[in-house]
Design a protein around this ligand. Structure first.
Ligand code: HEM
Length: 121
């Protein structure tokens, strides 16, 4: 595996990330435990920010201009269970879109490290 290329480039850039994020939110919004968290959310804006966010996590030449993870999830009472499900749906969406296993692992490791910022204290 070449380390010179970013995950973003390797998996197919913007188009690939858009496919992953779209698949990811289909799963999230289909889950009755998660859907209520998103009741008042502008889903198009969320999708656009998530594409930027995942692109930057994957080393893409894209800047994320949303709120930081703690601010974005503050006051929502997000549980560990909810976090676990969201992380699992991201994993499923990455696999479903043929992202190589090592890259799935690397992205999930980064996202897993955000748990303390996302889950309610
Ligand atoms: C697994 C790691 C997670 C990542 C990487 C992540 C990422 C993001 C990003 C990038 C945004 C956009 C922020 C903005 O537009 O400024 C966002 C917003 C949001 N996230 Fe997460 N998130 C995660 C977990 C969760 C979980 C577990 C929940 C709830 C079950 C959740 C619920 C929300 C909601 C409701 C919003 C929209 C807030 C609003 O309406 O402004 N997120 N998240």
């Amino acid at each position: 595996m070449s380390e010179a290329q970013s995950i973003y480039a390797r998996i197919g850039g913007q188009e690939a990330v858009e496919a992953v994020v779209s698949d990811f939110y289909d799963r999230v919004f289909d889950d009755p435990l998660l859907e209520p968290y998103f009741e008042d959310t502008d889903r198009e804006a969320l999708y656009a920010h998530q594409v930027q966010f995942i692109s930057s996590v994957a080393g893409g030449p894209v800047s994320y201009d949303g709120a930081d993870m703690q601010q974005a999830h503050e006051g929502m009472g997000i549980t560990e269970e909810a976090f676990g499900r969201v992380a699992t749906y991201l994993e499923d969406a990455l696999r479903e879109n043929d992202v190589p296993e090592d890259d799935v692992d690397a992205i999930l490791k980064e996202v897993g490290a955000l748990e303390p910022d996302v889950v309610a204290q």
